[in-house]
Design a protein around this ligand. Structure first.
Ligand SMILES: Cc1cc2nc3c(=O)[nH]c(=O)nc-3n(C[C@H](O)[C@H](O)[C@H](O)COP(=O)(O)OP(=O)(O)OC[C@H]3O[C@@H](n4cnc5c(N)ncnc54)[C@H](O)[C@@H]3O)c2cc1C
Length: 417
């Protein structure tokens, strides 16, 4: 028998968890699917639960304690075999599940832009470094350069310092004027102002970006363009990410309207596809507070309980204003699009250079002709880079959305295995 849920939620970050808890208040049966080993999403990624902030305890404990919510971790979405059905695969099982409503809470990932040397081992994203540290990577005593753009650089630097690393420089492409204006405006969101005080950075270079990285006897030598002048720094590790980009592959596959890389929703988080909602950073980068509010609004609305959803709209608007300010402050400068040289790799999995990729008109053509995006990361890194560098439209993915076992695919049209 195929399992049926009133609501299926994809993503167990703040947005997905809040949606699940709110929907459970109306006694709806809810399935939360996430590909990570534990719920919490990016911000509450953890090994030791007690080290998470209290707000995370509330939402994560909430879903485990609710008799209406089932959490399926380490579970990948393979495809949507029919309308209102999803094929799921976990390490030891696979199943097709049907649902009445779907809430997409797939979050965002880091945006990488290629520069000479970015493919060297030891170079990660800024959030990537933070995730590795949260996963136990030892960085004690290491000299680290953190670069790119956005508040995630400060969060990553804080995690690195707490783990005993020496953060040599935080290299932010936005100007001091923009960052200062942003900081002053934070008084409108006191919780963010307090957070920013705890993260006040040392060695924070604005109007600066990494131009290239090379290996040296003592680790890496990083060339940094600081307001037009090149400075060289030695370090053991480089962590560079240019902000976040929404994970819109599943919404695109479902035909949801997307604008400027974000899923379009109405005020109740409904997408253009009937009975499909989207919440959190898949609808735009705005932080966990906005994701929690959007998750609650969608959870209440999808479970036929619009009154509490309505009551949250004002708060949602306040945090949407924070998201808008974030976007304006850390908008990427055009010089970043010139960093890749002809021989710089764009696709690190399949060794495809910038020179080869730039010959094509769109991602699909480049992929077919060069194999870019066909390697281990399945384009999760290079397709974002290509969209930014060449202004290409995000590709609509074709199923299966992830490498899948053959016996999982044999379930299409049948039931559980
Ligand atoms: C690497 C990284 C580090 C970050 N660190 C911080 C930080 O230190 N401090 C901070 O304030 N903010 C941080 N952020 C931003 C923060 O994560 C977001 O503001 C917030 O978590 C957004 O919540 P969300 O629910 O929208 O998405 P997320 O928290 O991103 O959750 C989305 C979840 O969906 C899962 N998922 C996505 N696609 C699929 C799929 N196809 N199948 C199954 N599961 C799927 C993901 O694995 C993830 O668990 C970070 C973001 C990133 C990308």
């Amino acid at each position: 028998m195929m399992q049926h849920y009133d609501i299926v939620i994809i993503g167990a970050g703040p947005g997905g968890l809040a949606a699940a808890m709110s929907a459970s208040e109306a006694k709806c049966s809810v399935l939360v699917v996430d590909d990570n080993p534990l719920p919490g999403g990016q911000i509450w990624r953890h090994r030791v639960f007690s080290q998470l902030p209290v707000v995370a305890h509330k939402w994560i404990n909430g879903v485990f304690e609710s008799k209406f919510v089932t959490v399926s971790s380490q579970t990948k979405v393979v495809m949507f075999p029919q309308d209102k059905q999803v094929l799921l695969e976990s390490p030891d099982s696979a199943k097709v599940v049907s649902f009445d409503k779907l809430i997409l809470a797939t979050g965002a990932r880091e945006l990488f832009l290629p520069y000479p040397g970015w493919e060297l081992p030891g170079i990660t994203g800024a959030g990537g470094l933070q995730s590795l540290i949260k996963g136990g990577l030892p960085v004690k005593g290491q000299r680290i350069v953190i670069a790119g753009s956005g508040p995630l650089l400060l969060a990553a630097a804080d995690s690195a310092r707490k783990a005993g690393a020496h953060v040599v420089a935080i290299v932010e492409q936005a100007s001091m004027k923009s960052v200062a204006k942003f900081s002053v405006n934070l008084v409108r969101w006191p919780i963010k102002a307090i957070q920013s005080i705890s993260l006040i950075p040392k060695r924070y270079w604005t109007s600066s970006y990494i131009q290239s990285v090379s290996q040296s006897n003592k680790g890496f030598e990083v060339a940094i363009n600081k307001a037009g002048r090149i400075r060289h720094i030695e370090c053991d590790r480089v962590a560079c990410g240019f902000g976040l980009m929404p994970n819109i592959e599943l919404p695109l596959a479902l035909g949801c309207e997307v604008n400027q890389g974000c899923v379009v929703t109405d005020s109740f988080q409904r997408t253009s596809a009937k009975d499909y909602y989207a919440v959190g950073e898949v609808t735009g980068i705005g932080g966990s507070e906005l994701a929690l509010l959007e998750g609650q609004i969608a959870g209440y609305h999808a479970s036929g309980n619009p009154k509490p959803a309505n009551a949250l709209l004002k708060q949602q608007a306040k945090w949407q204003a924070f998201a808008d300010l974030l976007k304006k402050t850390f908008e990427l400068g055009s010089s970043l699009l010139q960093l890749a040289k002809d021989n710089t790799l764009v696709c690190r999995c399949e060794d495809v250079t910038f020179e080869r990729v730039k010959q094509y008109a769109n991602w699909r053509e480049a992929k077919v002709a060069t194999r870019c995006g066909m390697g281990a990361c399945q384009g999760r890194i290079c397709s974002g880079a290509a969209q930014t560098l060449f202004k290409w439209q995000p590709p609509v993915p074709r199923p299966p959305f992830t490498p899948t076992r053959i016996e999982t695919l044999s379930l299409i049209g049948s039931g559980d295995k």
